[in-house]
Write a protein that binds this ligand. Structure first.
Ligand SMILES: Nc1ncnc2c1ncn2[C@@H]1O[C@H](COP(=O)(O)OP(=O)(O)OP(=O)(O)O)[C@@H](O)[C@H]1O
Ligand SMILES: [Mg+2]
Length: 238
């Protein structure tokens, strides 16, 4: 089967060559574990190989996403943007502020508006990949859990319909055993990757674990990784 390679050094080896095309994958981790850095590596490395990517941020402005990336990575993203291989969309300021009895309708309209923005960019670019950083913002701002679940399901359905391979991030709450705020996205997606920040002697190290990847005999080891100027680097491949 053809795979959607992440092109992240050694990560593809952990999942038998890459994501299943048209799958949805959750990258879950507590704050500062490296989720956005992983997303940027997935987007940039794919775009460089000619697989265009739409990068949606619910948390940052386009200017800030780029500032973060250029501060860490030695990458020329402007060239890829000019060549229509990489496009950033910020939906940070689009959250509806007024919620009333009409909440359900407002959320449905909101999700269909986000979906339309994604669909337009995907179609214009012939994009194969979508990054959505982060799904937690949706979980947090939609107060009603039932509506939030429906909204997330609608968004995932849209990604499937568009035929893209999706990488979504979720912030794991500091307390409790859930992999997302509502504890639902992890069941709806095809793959779950978990990032951790663990104390080793007197310092912290970042680790990556593949928690599930449907139809893939994935690594079940805990792999340390580093954020380097060339992107995410997985260490100690067994
Ligand atoms: N070259 C580097 N080496 C090690 N750490 C780095 C490097 N560059 C950035 N960092 C750190 O990596 C951390 C994680 O960054 P990132 O934004 O990817 O995490 P995140 O999981 O998306 O966090 P958030 O919860 O804010 O969304 C930051 O605290 C940053 O300081
Ligand atoms: Mg982040």
């Amino acid at each position: 089967m053809d795979k959607c390679k992440t092109y992240i050094n050694e990560f593809d080896e952990l999942i038998e060559g890459g994501f299943i095309p048209n799958s949805a994958n959750l990258l879950a981790g507590k704050t500062g574990t490296g989720k956005s850095s992983f997303c940027m590596s997935f987007a940039y490395c794919g775009a460089k190989e000619g697989e265009s990517c739409v990068y949606i941020s619910t948390e940052e402005t386009i200017e800030d996403i780029k500032k973060d990336a250029t501060a860490v990575f030695n990458w020329d993203m402007e060239k890829l943007e000019k060549d229509n291989l990489l496009r950033f969309i910020s939906i940070r300021r689009d959250f509806p502020t007024e919620m009333s009895g009409e909440e359900k309708k407002i959320i449905q309209l909101y999700i269909s508006d986000i979906s339309a923005q994604i669909a337009e960019a995907v179609k214009e670019m012939g994009a194969k990949r979508v990054v959505f950083d982060s799904i937690s913002t949706l979980e947090l701002f939609i107060r009603d859990d039932y509506l939030a679940r429906n909204a997330i399901m609608d968004l995932l359905d849209k990604m499937k319909e568009l035929g893209v391979t999706a990488l979504l991030t979720g912030t794991i709450p500091e307390e409790g055993g859930k992999l997302s705020n509502l504890g639902i996205v992890e069941f709806l997606v095809d793959g779950v990757i978990k990032l951790d920040f663990v104390p080793v002697i007197e310092k912290f190290k970042r680790t990556i674990t593949v928690r599930k990847m449907r139809r893939i005999n994935h690594s079940s080891l805990i792999h340390p990784f580093e954020i380097t100027g060339d992107g995410i680097k997985i260490l100690n491949i067994a």
